[in-house]
Design a protein around this ligand. Sequence first.
Ligand code: F0G
Length: 447
Amino acid sequence: MVAYKTKMVERISLPAREQREQNLESAGYNAFNLDADDVFVDLLTDSGTGAMSDAQWAALVRGDEAYAGSRSFDELESAVGDVMGFDHVVPAHQGRGAENVLYGALLEEGDVVPNNTHFDTTRAHVANQGADPVDCPVPSAHDPDVTAPFKGNFSLERGRELVDEVGADSVPVVVQTITNNSAAGQPVSVENTRRVRAFADEIDARFVIDACRFAENAYFVKQREEEFAAASIAEIAHEQLGYADAVVMSGKKDGLVNAGGFVATDDARLYERSRQRAILYEGFPTYGGMAGRDVAALAVGLREAVDSEYLADRIEQIEEFGSLLEAAGVPIYRPVGGHAVYLDAGAALSHLPDEAFPGQALVCELYREGGVRGVELGSFAFPDTDRPELVRLAVPRRTYHREHFEHVADTVEAVLEKGESVPGLELATEPEMPEIRHFTAELEPLS
Ligand code: F0G
């Protein structure tokens, strides 16, 4: 059920076909290189791209820009306490800033960090501390066709195997990412969180939750985990996050803002260490790299994110988008996740081998046919890993409507009609770090 009406609008337009062809070529067949003004429906990410509410805009105007002791920080601290249940908050400019602060305080060279699946920046920050990030997804996580309620879960079996291999002393931190962005935005059950907490206790490790999409996760828990059918979203969030020693948060997702993030914890010593690092890398601990107005908007956004009517609107919209795409004939990852629909490009463009980047070929065709922008999460983004060839169509919060999604579905249908005439791609330039090549590499169509 729709939960919003529009108070402010932003003009968009679909460039002419020849212009789109030209834009694609000048972008080196990489959608990150497109000008956003040339994109009609932008599903590149759900991060920081959503619409703020009137209450958030009002808070923005009242933001307190004091360098120290800002009232807006008090508001954030109280929102984090009420919504997530933590006493101490260290603000940061966005999620990866918070990761740098927290993992720098927790990790040392040679440590090993298990996570259901590390998001790219998490992996990079763990590695940046000289530690080894290891993914422990459940086996169904990368299977687009298995229908299970919590494919985002952490595999305890894999975690224990890892501890047997490297020794408990090498594992000071266990991480759980909710929802599991790198596994098609699949949710994590509270039961799994409890077990990971117990596992961390067994090996005397700290337990961190990457809480970027904690509210979306709580909505799935309410729908799918019987124990919580009658609980409120806020109660579920408290329960699940309460098992963690600390959370890292990107406010750009379930904080419903365009900038910001934080670390939250009840552990006074960890708080103090994080605060010191934050001063070094982010800013004074009452603004942490955000403007006071952004802190104020985040405080309001966090409370809005656990409103069950907002969440029903959000999750149902994405489910409906998935159904429209399926009706258009494209195979998608099932079940549909919390923030995006993932297209199975390997199945949709089965004439293209992985080396010809079927996912990126689909991304290019979506732009060529309908000015739609998505992101490839297959062999172009993750060289040398055995992942399915997926394309993520991430949905910004409170931004697009059914007509936009119908346009995307029509676009997909037009692409599929082209069948085997959709060309594969090859790399034209390759940046120094292959792990992040998909942001800047240029490609060329195969003849
Ligand atoms: N953790 C997860 C699970 C994320 O999805 C992201 C960002 C981050 C950490 C880092 O947060 O961007 O505020 O620095 N994900 C975005 C995406 C970029 O498109 O999925 P950030």
